[in-house]
Design a protein around this ligand. Structure first.
Ligand SMILES: Nc1ncnc2c1ncn2[C@@H]1O[C@H](COP(=O)(O)OP(=O)(O)OP(=O)(O)O)[C@@H](O)[C@H]1O
Length: 303
């Protein structure tokens, strides 16, 4: 997935807004959509993000996941339907406006300065300072101490915060980005395929911190191709296909197998199998049946 902007952002919020109105959803899309000129990238999408819940958005390439993220994070505006934050309609014109409402995005390609220490990256763009103007200077000790405390609060233990962030694994960098967003007051955390480039073990570590962010009361929007990863932490599942919402189900309403079948497209696989049966040399009997798709997708998942 490509994005025009990368990295995490943070905003220190004033008192949390009153969410007593409505059903407590922080973010809501009602039949929202987006067209780029003649191209309808997203249409009729409804979605809610509640505090302390992980809302998973799944979809294959071109399904509209990036477009959805861009609307919620303030990079693009919706052209159909409604977008509400704390039950009030919004039309963000910049990511800053989304941040001011507590909506932070952690992109796949994190905007970090690889040679700078972990603690320095933690505060990048929002450095702590001390002393009166014009002799204000960086408060290095306080930044180190705070970064250390915040990472530990999230259960992230790194050997040395002085090490360049570029020396951390991809999974560790994602975790630092999540802790940073939590520290800077995010209420909604959008994670753009955080496990896509990671191996099994590192994906597990990142999923642990997705759950930790949820346990700290954040509403998490977890974008992924991988139904197995989604099902490990998700409370609600929305599957996008060709720009529309094909499925919206709570955890109680769907099993992992059903979710995987939706993602793998059981009908499409059957059609493909039929076409392949016309091709010499392809043993279609060896291909999985629709009911076997859990195994098929799990073994070969993109993420
Ligand atoms: N700026 C744009 N101008 C025109 N069409 C666009 C633009 N951005 C996205 N699209 C189209 O909108 C549709 C949805 O794209 P989007 O990038 O949101 O999907 P995605 O689910 O994020 O896919 P991927 O996982 O491959 O990144 C695609 O058909 C894409 O070509």
């Amino acid at each position: 997935m490509t994005t025009e902007e990368t990295g995490t952002h943070g905003a220190i919020l004033a008192d949390p807004p009153d969410t007593a109105a409505g059903d407590g959803a922080i973010v809501e899309l009602r039949n929202a959509g987006k067209s780029y000129g003649n191209i309808r990238a997203l249409h009729g999408v409804s979605l809610k993000v509640h505090p302390s819940q992980v809302t998973c958005v799944l979809g294959d390439n071109g399904a509209g996941k990036s477009t959805l993220i861009k609307i919620i994070s303030g990079l693009h505006q919706h052209t159909e339907g409604e977008f509400l934050v704390d039950n009030a309609p919004v039309h963000f014109t910049t990511p800053r406006e989304a941040l001011d409402k507590g909506i932070a995005t952690v992109y796949q390609d994190l905007a970090v300065v690889p040679l700078m220490p972990v603690w320095r990256n933690f505060f990048l763009g929002s450095e702590m300072t001390k002393g009166p103007w014009p002799v204000r200077r960086l408060d290095i000790e306080r930044m180190k101490k705070t970064a250390d405390e915040e990472l530990r609060n999230m259960g992230i233990v790194l050997d040395d915060l002085e090490q360049p962030i570029g020396t951390l694994s991809g999974g560790q960098r994602q975790c630092v980005a999540i802790a940073r967003a939590v520290y800077f007051g995010a209420r909604v955390l959008i994670l753009d395929e955080p496990t896509a480039a990671l191996g099994v073990k590192q994906s597990g570590v990142v999923l642990k911190y997705v759950a930790a962010a949820r346990d700290r009361g954040l509403g998490v929007i977890f974008i992924t191709h991988n139904p197995h990863h989604a099902y490990m932490v998700g409370d609600h599942f929305s599957v996008l296909r060709l720009g529309t919402m094909e499925l919206s189900a709570s955890r109680e309403q769907i099993t992992l197998e059903e979710l995987t079948n939706h993602m793998a497209g059981g009908a499409e696989l059957a059609a493909l199998k039929h076409e392949l049966s016309q091709v010499r040399g392809v043993d279609t009997e060896a291909l999985p049946e629709e009911g076997d798709l859990t195994v098929a997708a799990g073994g070969e998942g993109k993420s």
